[in-house]
Design a protein around this ligand. Structure first.
Ligand code: ZN
Length: 451
């Protein structure tokens, strides 16, 4: 059996406390060795990782792949290609599709489409309520059995406290997390950006931070007697960080994720009615950005996601108050996180890798024996991302493999990039020809993944 040998890279595997120059050897799609070089074989496929970081494949627990229903903006095929471009080998897609992913059948649909068309692993997050309408609990147990990796009505909050109580109680039995989109709806009716001087100047309805804080406070209180795993999606404000910090130090099963734009931009980016800066939750103030960074630094925020939200150019060209919320994130997230967190000395490389691999794997129960993702342990699937931390590049949305181009980071000069990605041992990305394949090696492209 021929092997793939990744040599001379800095192997960072936070799940196993590894940060060392080492070789990683792969056979039959699994990692068989991490450590000093083994004696070479003639038919080894070799990957030169010198100067690079060898990481478990990046995992994004929060993306929108728009399938089914909005395939003009993204599909599982194009969204997973965008993921691979950014170094992500696993994506967890949100259920706000049309129809919503609110049943066993819909989870099975995503699983099937992923097997047929995806270039990386794709798992579905099931809706909490039928049609994401907040009226009737969705078939939580059946979706869990079909392979859902969490539950969320993302795009909308689970509004009713009674429904939240039932949902937390049911989801607790699955061992999965409820991922909440924290937006108190009466405080945000008609709102399009952060409440503050910029919104006043632009003459648009503002969205106060307290709309996010209220839901988190309420949910934590409801969950106190239930003990479900509760996860705050894309938190945006200082108050949210503080509430989560307190809950975690009191031992509550609460986690939270950040997104790149909330770490790098403020609501002033909305000036000129720039719809690329229109997000849900909205961009906030500089003090909020600093509080989110502090939350990452002190371990309050343990997961870095993208909230990849593709929209067509036509829809983002609508007037500011009518344009959809959100930006694409998969192609740019790694470099933006390096800029926001490593270059500012907020966290170091091992911590960044932890927040983008093993922690999201744990959130979605992808780390256990059934999946083994987020780790480079011997026996794990060979999902590996090789990062050149010094690679210089410029964000050009025209080059994105995803279908949509809605990014506020166009033209930004970045440092650090995924140069090679393996999914189940097969090359899915090889940016600068580091892999020297055997002559019979399969070409990069669609990867058939055994789940
Ligand atoms: Zn959301």
């Amino acid at each position: 059996m021929s092997r793939t040998v990744i040599s001379a890279g800095r192997v960072i595997d936070p799940a196993n406390g590894v940060d060392a120059l080492a070789d990683v050897v792969i056979e039959s799609g699994r990692i068989i060795h991490v450590g000093s070089p083994l004696s070479p074989r003639a038919d080894d496929e070799r990957v030169d990782a010198s100067g690079c970081i060898v990481s478990p494949g990046l995992i994004d627990p929060h993306v929108h792949l728009r399938e089914p229903g909005s395939e003009d903006a993204e599909t599982i095929a194009t969204g997973s290609a965008a993921g691979i471009e950014g170094g992500f080998t696993t994506l967890c897609c949100m259920p706000n599709t049309n129809p919503a992913l609110d049943s066993r059948v819909m989870i099975e649909f995503i699983n099937r489409q992923a097997q047929l068309h995806a270039r990386c692993r794709v798992f579905a997050v099931g809706a909490v309520t039928v049609g994401r309408k907040g009226e009737e609990l969705a078939e939580i147990r059946l979706m869990s059995r079909a392979g859902a990796v969490g539950f969320s009505d993302d795009g909308d909050v689970v509004e009713s406290p009674a429904m939240m109580h039932r949902a937390l109680s049911q989801i607790r039995l699955t061992g999965l997390a409820l991922m909440q989109h924290c937006q108190e709806p009466t405080l945000t009716r008609g709102a399009v950006m952060n409440a503050g001087p910029t919104a006043t100047r632009l003459g648009v309805i503002g969205w106060p931070s307290v709309a996010e804080e209220l839901i988190i406070e309420r949910d934590i209180r409801i969950n106190r007697s239930i003990g479900c795993r509760y996860h705050v999606q894309h938190l945006s404000c200082a108050g949210a960080v503080e509430i989560i910090r307190r809950a975690r130090s009191a031992g509550q099963p609460v986690s939270a994720e950040a997104s790149p734009h909330h770490l790098l931009l403020t609501d002033e980016a909305c000036d000129g009615y720039d719809t690329m800066a229109k997000m849900n939750p909205p961009l906030r103030r500089k003090s909020d950005v600093e509080a989110i960074r502090a939350g990452v630094a002190d371990g309050t925020i343990t997961i870095l996601a993208t909230d990849h939200a593709p929209h067509t150019a036509e829809r983002k060209a609508l007037p500011f108050d009518r344009a959809p919320f959100g930006i694409v994130g998969l192609e740019t997230a790694l470099a933006l996180y390096i800029k926001a967190l490593v270059d500012t000395n907020t966290i170091d490389w091992p911590r960044l890798i932890e927040l983008m691999t093993v922690n999201p794997a744990r959130l979605c129960n992808l780390d256990g024996p059934s999946h083994g993702l987020g780790s480079l342990a011997v026996g794990s699937p060979a999902d590996i991302t090789i990062i050149d931390p010094e690679a210089r590049w410029t964000i050009r949305s025209a080059d994105f493999p995803g279908k949509s181009r809605n990014t506020p980071f166009e033209g930004w000069d970045m440092r650090g990039r995924a140069v090679l990605a393996l999914v189940a041992g097969r090359v899915a990305l090889d940016r600068d020809g580091r892999a020297r394949p055997r002559t019979d090696s399969p070409q990069p492209g669609a990867v058939a993944i055994t789940r």
